[in-house]
Design a protein around this ligand. Structure first.
Ligand SMILES: Cc1cc2nc3c(=O)[nH]c(=O)nc-3n(C[C@H](O)[C@H](O)[C@H](O)COP(=O)(O)OP(=O)(O)OC[C@H]3O[C@@H](n4cnc5c(N)ncnc54)[C@H](O)[C@@H]3O)c2cc1C
Length: 519
């Protein structure tokens, strides 16, 4: 009902003067445009904006924000990257969603990605609306690549930099936010500011991991490194979580840095998935799946763990990479004989989730609700977490989806940035990436996710949510801990009217009342 009534009055709630600004022709209030901006990948929340801005230049965004900020009744403004958020973070009920992707389409053909390959530290200047897939493509033309990529490349630069941007290279280089040199940002007062560690550093650190609260990123200068041509891509199976985590921690330690993998992640797979899930996957053949199911049966395991490693190389170093791989595998304690290997082009490796997307889309299970829960768990409690969650809460369950579990080094993060992480020197990203295939699934997965959080709280596990959502300001206070007072100070300075990204529900606004849970 709420959705329908606000759609019927699209545009009507905004001040009329807005439509006499120079950007008026780029503000869409039609039902199709506002409906498209009313939900996200999670399909868990929806709220319709009054209008969608298709900016032709960053100045259009500044005009819109300045207008709202100086209006007697400021309206919310949310940047929309690719809408791959899970919990309504891009919504702007009663306000304007800025479709950032329009910048790339409408900039009069001007390239919004520029590589600087000369100099000791190559970089790329990329528009905040650019996809990481496009950043990679432009960099590869110069034999270069970003140092850290997310698993999925069809996310925007501004969207991941507003969170952190993590992946299998983060153990070495830190998250994407620590690999940025400079930003162009439009603050919540409509001011266009260039910032870096040296200039306007307060805004620079605030915006990186800032969940869209302090400004809209319109350009990021991202460090690049020489790109390899190929990747030895392996998965190693473990029956014991203690051995699995011990080996993962060895692989991300400085000790293994030069001689080890360039990419380290990990997965937890329920035994039932091996029996009842797909017979083969992008990585495993049906014979592999049968072999793994046999392993689970033999030991009576409820879960099998996989280290996923990638070793980069160029064609002229094939023998060397073989030797390096052999030496590395000798140091690890996976189940004997349970090494699964592939050799792929570097681009194919980085773009691997795109293939998963194709498969899921063709099976009709891509656009389903995704009640994801992403947690950072301190190393000191990861075994407790495993016992309570995978062998406890999910002991008899077999939800559809994917579970990632891999460690990162805290010293590669920069605590001056807004993202928060646990205190241990090593912490795990545990990503419960569920797909709800029915209404019952949604309810059950909500309950399961709540049970996971309750378990952490009851047992004193100092977790932090990644891609966080908190229902109340108390939740945000707890999330940010000692950083919360600084967050309030920054908000008052850079977005005093609390206009920006209301879908994060960090500061009370009109949006809270107008957003509803749909799943
Ligand atoms: C299939 C899939 C795989 C993923 N894999 C990873 C992964 O490996 N690693 C990882 O870290 N994350 C991953 N994510 C999560 C992803 O980083 C977040 O969803 C993030 O929000 C990026 O998505 P987006 O570009 O579509 O941003 P959106 O969802 O559009 O926006 C996210 C938030 O940032 C704000 N925002 C968007 N653009 C800007 C901007 N230019 N300036 C300021 N604020 C802005 C929005 O208002 C919103 O609050 C994955 C998501 C999906 C769906």
């Amino acid at each position: 009902e709420l959705l329908r009534s606000s759609m019927a009055s699209a545009g009507g709630g905004l001040p009329h003067d807005l439509f006499s600004l120079g950007i008026a022709s780029r503000i869409c209030t039609d039902r199709n445009s506002t409906a498209r901006a009313s939900t996200d990948f999670g399909h868990m929340f929806e709220a319709t904006p009054e209008a969608v801005l298709l900016p032709a230049t960053p100045a259009d965004i500044a005009d819109l924000i300045r207008f709202s900020a100086s209006s007697p009744a400021p309206f919310p403004v949310a940047a929309l990257g690719k809408g791959h958020s899970g919990r309504g973070q891009t919504l702007a009920p009663g306000g304007v969603v800025v479709d950032m992707r329009a910048l790339g389409r409408r900039c009069g053909g001007a390239a919004r990605v520029n590589v600087s390959a000369a100099g000791a530290q190559p970089y790329i200047d990329a528009g905040g609306e650019q996809l990481w897939a496009d950043v990679l493509r432009a960099a590869l033309e110069h034999g270069l690549a970003p140092r850290v990529c997310t698993d999925y490349l069809h996310l925007t630069v501004g969207g991941t930099l507003s969170n952190a941007g993590i992946g299998g290279q983060a153990f070495r280089h830190g998250p994407q936010i620590t690999n940025v040199q400079e930003l162009d940002v439009i603050t919540g007062t409509g001011e266009m500011v260039t910032c870096s560690r040296a200039n306007n550093s307060e805004l620079f650190f605030a915006v990186l991991g800032g969940l869209g609260q302090f400004g809209v990123i319109t350009r990021a200068r991202i460090w690049l490194e020489p790109a390899p041509k190929r990747v030895r891509w392996v998965r190693l199976a473990y029956s014991s979580v203690a051995t699995f985590t011990k080996d993962q921690e060895l692989l991300i330690s400085d000790r293994a840095s030069e001689s080890g993998f360039d990419y380290v992640e990990g997965q937890v797979v329920f035994k039932r998935t091996l029996f009842e899930g797909p017979k083969s996957t992008q990585f495993f053949s049906s014979a592999d799946v049968t072999k793994l199911a046999g392993l689970a049966s033999q030991y009576g395991l409820s879960t099998v763990y996989f280290i996923e490693g990638g070793m980069y190389y160029n064609e002229d170093a094939t023998t060397l990479v073989d030797q390096k791989m052999e030496a590395l595998l000798r140091q690890l304690s996976f189940e004997p004989g349970f090494v699964f290997a592939k050799d792929v082009a570097y681009v194919q490796f980085l773009d691997r989730v795109c293939e998963e997307e194709r498969v899921l889309r063709s099976a009709g299970v891509w656009d389903v609700p995704h009640p994801w829960l992403n947690l950072f768990i301190p190393r000191s409690r990861i075994l407790d977490f495993d016992a309570g969650v995978f062998k406890g809460i999910f002991r008899d369950a077999n939800p559809a989806g994917l579970i990632l579990m891999y460690p990162m080094n805290k010293d590669r993060w920069d605590d001056r940035m807004t993202t928060v992480t646990p205190n241990d020197d090593v912490f795990y990203n545990v990503a419960l990436l569920w797909s709800a295939l029915s209404v019952n699934d949604v309810e059950q997965l909500h309950r399961d996710n709540k049970a996971v959080i309750a378990f952490c709280e009851k047992t004193g596990i100092e977790y932090k949510q990644y891609l966080p959502r908190h229902a109340s300001q108390d939740g945000w206070l707890q999330h940010f801990g000692v950083k919360w007072s600084k967050i309030i100070e920054l908000k008052a300075k850079y977005d005093p009217q609390t206009i920006l990204s209301p879908g994060q529900r960090m500061f009370p606004s009109f949006a809270d009342a107008a957003t509803r849970a749909v799943a």
